[in-house]
Design a protein around this ligand. Structure first.
Ligand SMILES: *Cc1c(COP(=O)(O)O)cnc(C)c1O
Length: 391
């Protein structure tokens, strides 16, 4: 089957900030599963898990229904609950923190580094208390965090380092692939993310005991699944703790297997596009890209720039770009500024000044694997005229 992509762009079409790539081969593989016996809890789940574990160089991979479910599985498997604290960077998607709240524990938001917007190890160290159980490292925009420093802090304090790699599939830290950089790593397969299964997620780990707990947690806390019971000719099962239905269907796993084959090609492609953006932006000071550390392979889920100046200036550029049908976005409102966290956990403006200042300037430009250089040029042109009009 040719790897033919579906058409969608004309020159003044709305250009989204992120978008899936679906080939005819992807469609054929899903159709095949629709005609098979197992739509869920079937053989595709094992196959996807094995392929993903092998890709990331980890022993185990546990497929779940979303990146959020993957994060929740990790927090549960560590036995984190009421009275416990988990450290999280304030610039991330809310789900990185929500998973801690699901388990009745307290998220502690820390600041990020000004140039990369990655979680600041010094801020992590300062936030450790006798209640701290884990650190969630978020590979913001697709750049792996400072794993060596974070692991050293985790080891010194006897706590777990876990990774939210929902942005960074395909990335690496000092030559080691994302997925084996922490005790457990969570991925998302939402359509804007590096690969998609519609909705979906995965946790990788080298710890078989944690993997077993997560496989049970995604299935109501029941120890055997439907297919195993069918194979054993038995109906009996026992629920041993409170779990959820976080299963990923065979349709989705088949799509995931097909998508995973193209991760490296797509990562390379986005890295080249990022380089093109970098070079185009270096010519003047219309907007400044975030910094990338030399020992990282950035997976560029997002291409984020800072529009220097006040909040108003970014907001004007944002509005002008949207008028030009360019789907710019802002990632993210710092999580501690969401009304839920302010009212339930007493978080306040001023507690993460670097993140708050960055938020006023952030702008996400379109970045996805099928974006063309021509489209990047269109974005750059639009940025120039939006900036001069906004000034
Ligand atoms: C997308 C995302 C999630 C949640 O993933 P879903 O699959 O949408 O549930 C969690 N953390 C980060 C950083 C994300 O970008």
């Amino acid at each position: 089957m040719p790897n033919q992509q579906l058409p969608f762009t004309s020159d003044d079409a709305f250009l989204p900030y992120g978008r899936q790539c679906i080939s005819e081969a992807d469609i054929a593989t899903v159709a095949k599963i629709l005609r098979s016996d197992w739509l869920t809890t079937g053989p595709m789940v094992d196959q996807f898990e094995k392929a993903f574990a092998s890709y990331s160089g980890s022993k185990e991979a546990v497929a779940v229904s979303s990146g959020t479910a993957a994060l929740h599985c990790m927090i549960d498997s560590l036995g984190i609950g009421p009275g416990d604290e988990v450290i999280i960077p304030s610039i991330t998607f809310a789900a990185s923190a929500n998973c801690v709240v699901y388990q009745g524990a307290k998220p502690v938001f820390v600041d990020v580094e000004p140039d990369t917007l990655l979680i600041d190890p010094a801020a992590v160290q300062a936030a450790i208390s006798h209640r701290t159980r884990a650190i969630v490292a978020v590979d913001y925009a697709g750049q792996p965090c400072h794993y060596n420093q974070l692991q050293a802090i985790a080891d010194r304090n006897g706590i777990a380092l876990i990774s939210d790699a929902c942005h960074s599939l395909g990335g690496a830290y000092q030559g080691r692939p994302v997925g084996k950089l922490a005790l457990m790593t969570a991925f998302s397969f939402h359509p804007v993310k590096p690969i998609t299964t519609g909705e979906g997620g995965m946790v990788t780990t080298n710890d078989s005991q944690l993997a077993r707990r997560m496989r049970s947690f995604r299935n109501h806390g029941i120890t055997t699944d439907h297919r195993a019971r069918t194979a054993n000719g038995t109906w009996a099962y026992s629920m041993e703790f409170l779990g959820y239905n976080y299963r990923l269907t065979d349709l989705q796993c088949a799509l995931g297997i097909s998508q995973l084959e193209r991760v490296d090609e797509w990562t390379l492609r986005r890295r080249k596009l990022a380089q093109f953006y970098d070079q185009s932006l270096a010519a003047d000071n219309v907007a400044e890209p975030l910094k990338v550390r030399l020992d990282r392979t950035h997976a560029y889920h997002l291409y984020v720039v800072r529009v220097n100046g006040a909040r108003e200036s970014r907001d004007k550029v944002f509005a002008r770009m949207r008028q030009k049908r360019i789907g710019v976005n802002v990632h993210y409102l710092p999580v501690h500024l969401h009304p839920f966290y302010q009212s339930k956990f007493g978080t306040v403006r001023g507690q993460c000044p670097v993140a708050e200042r960055a938020y006023d300037e952030l702008l996400t430009l379109p970045m996805f694997s099928e974006l063309t250089k021509l489209q990047v040029s269109r974005v750059i042109r639009a940025l120039h005229s939006s900036k001069s009009m906004a000034a």
